[in-house]
Unconditional design. Sequence first.
Length: 600
Amino acid sequence: MTDKPVFDGPESVACVEREPLEHWLQGSTVPDIVLNIGKAQGAALAHRFLATPDGPPINQSFSDIAIRTQRYAAAFASAPEKPVVASLLPALPEALPLGYAAMWAGIYLPINPFLEPGAIIGMLESTGARILLAEGRSGKQGVAEKLGAISAALPDLEIILCGEEEGEGRLEEWIEGKESAPPPMPEPSDVAAYFHTGGTTGLPKIARLTHANLAYMAFLAGWGGDMRDGDVILCGMPLFHVGGLIFGGLAPFAAGASVVQLGRAGYRDRAMIEGLWEIARREGADILFGPPTVAIAAIDLFKPPAPPNVRHWVSSAAPLPAATHRRFTETTGIAVKEAWGLTEASLVLTFMPALGESRPGSVGVRLPYCELGIVSLTPGAGPAKAGEAGVIMGRSPGLFAGYLGRDTDGLETAPGLGDGRWLNTGDVGYFDEDGYLFITGRAKDMILRGGHNIDPATIEEAFGALDDVSAVAAVGRPDKRVGELPVCYVTAAPGKSVDPSDLLARAVTMIAERAAHPKAVHVLAAMPLTAVGKIDKVALRRDAAVRAVREALPAADIVSARTDSSGRIVMSLSPVPENASVVLSSLGLVLAEERDQADD
């Protein structure tokens, strides 16, 4: 195999594309990759699980993971038909080989354990899941309490408990007697996994990803992130999301790098975040990655010197504010490399060149075999002009096989961008003259909480169903810890008097995901409206930001809050507290004085 070009700019993307995609792959399916790398890397360390920041690790070699994957796949294949294997698992040591095995023997459905039982049951029913992998009594994510409702609603579902030392229904007990020859290899075009993603109805949409999608992404994410043979990568991302499962699992595995898994809860465990820098030093970490909220926490907890091996921090899941990007590197001396993509693209479409310039505010350049285009926000206007912000369209070998149970394949034509079908990403952005992409907004006003997309329609539908509410709008309120928290604005129906606490108590019973439960309800006399009579969410986001700043900086008066051309909220304060810049940056906001200086 030709040595891979180093990723130092757009030119290196073209160098990769001179070879056919197959040239770079470690296998055409997930089990191909696992078995091939297991054989090639053998006893080298592939995965280290830390139950606590300083506790004894559980280690697995590349061959250990390959053997475990084969063993689990043989057990799953004992089902009468090709099974859909669902999971409600945290980041257990066996989680990755179980996922790979499920993709080999059938289709893997990782589910967010924090969803409400009704949403979980709905996904299990709609996908025809036959097996559910779940954490048992020792779990801290509330799964054990949900299993009763799940088993009552789906009596034929086989529930297997993982992470348990004793008791009935345990994984090891279930496997006994089911070990036989591994199942036949899947085809690259076969669906490997179902991933749930945001939607405007009661249940999340289910994106179907094929083995070809994931084999491509194993290479692409590893090359974009500059993963090298022998690297050490810390992972605190949840494994029910493509980011954790691929960038924290399959991509390092394909690159010959090892992953240090930060406990069952990952970044949800405050102790892991507080111990992040010490763990990175002790483990000799080469790459760190996490969403902007974790990057912000890491800045606050940083104590020099920086861990000597770390080459860069990969930021993804949500755009990182330019000021935070700069502050991270100024504080730690570590470069930030942003990535951007979505579940329907199997993970990433762009990456900041690992060995090239980092441009704060940008999510990098297109990756090999990816095509991107910008469509004007004016309906029917076609492609956006150079430098003009518009809706980002994309396509690549990672594009999904459509949503499960829907007539549409999720793709569309894009007049002026070329023949074929494109993915409407829902994000708004523009390219600079060098081909770097800048995300300036979200076409659907998604609320980004801790790296998870929350569709405001999920909240609005619930409050709109209350007969004493006439109008409702949900927006994200800036939050230092998780990026955004959902808040809701309502107006009362004529002749009705409403209490925010009462509205909230009734509405949350209709919102499946707890993360989408609003943290505040504000009753307005009238909704702000645009010139064409639509609810002005830009104004509501400014109001939510003002409320957040008043709590964070109670001694400062807010003179004004405005939204600039890129969609950022700019605050003018009087007096300007000494820590105002840092506080506003942590909230994703801009201090007017700094913005004016930058413009000068």
